[in-house]
Design a protein around this ligand. Sequence first.
Ligand SMILES: *[C@@H]1O[C@H](CO)[C@@H](O)[C@H](O)[C@H]1NC(C)=O
Length: 314
Amino acid sequence: MSTTWRLLPQLLLPLLLILFQLQTTEAIWFPWYFHRYGFEAHSHGATTKVLPSGKAEKTTPISKSSNAGSATCPPGYQLKERTPATCPPGYQLKSKSAACPSESRLCDDNPLVMQLARLYVVSPERIVLLLAQPMLMEACEEISDVVDHIRSATSNCFISDDNIYGKLADGLKYYKEEVCDGGADSSSSNKKRCASLNEAHSCLKELRTDMIECEAPADWYEQRNATKVCQTFNDVLDCYYTRGAMLCGLEAARHLRSFAGDSMKRSMIHACDVNRRLPRVMDPMPVITAASTNSLNVLLASSFVSLHIIDIFI
Ligand SMILES: *[C@@H]1O[C@H](CO)[C@@H](O)[C@H](O)[C@H]1NC(C)=O
């Protein structure tokens, strides 16, 4: 019932327009139309008043044979011209069978820009920077909302492959899957990376300024020279790794670099490979102090670390 009432304002205007334009003989698809949206005509003379179904007086049987054309667009509508504008509002969103053609329509990317702006996502690096938000899980709620809005804004149109906002949206979706949703659908190594990034969050927060300093000049990823772009891409990754290792330890740095590589790759038009060689860090932070400054935690952490040291030597 709630969807019916939410759709009501959208439906009334086109219905009224159609009622005025069509003679009753042309209105044979009305029962189908009403039925589809939870409305019912009292008789097949389509000019009668309508009531929401399930309310009262649900007596008239629906004529199924009235729908001679496709099952997704009212007959007559589709025949005029095959553009999305000929379908009733809200129609394409519901039906996946592409009888109302949408495959040829480019998305307006303004809604994407607006949504990405909510999170200050203006570059591939800014998606990685979300790891340094003060509250990781609260940020995830907002990220999830942004991803939902982008999905509905692009559900009946397509974004070209070279649209940078589309790419940034892909990168953000990856962040949601891998950081917020725990790498749920991916390999166990990604799950481990997600756990590690969450564990290191108290330190990654402190890394925020360093991460901003690692960012490349504006629009670097939009350059035409792929060699140059990919060089910069790897410079940024190595910077994350080096700064991360100095502040949060090698393990957190490795996962930060790995995640940054995967998410930035998805946020860019050029396809870049991550260098296999890790940069050398002279004085990485030992794991113990990175874990916490709280004395009890340090105590716990030190016993944990000594176990790890044993691990290493075995
Ligand atoms: C791209 O950049 C690289 C390195 O900066 C340079 O050697 C190469 O000539 C450039 N390629 C083109 C097509 O400009």
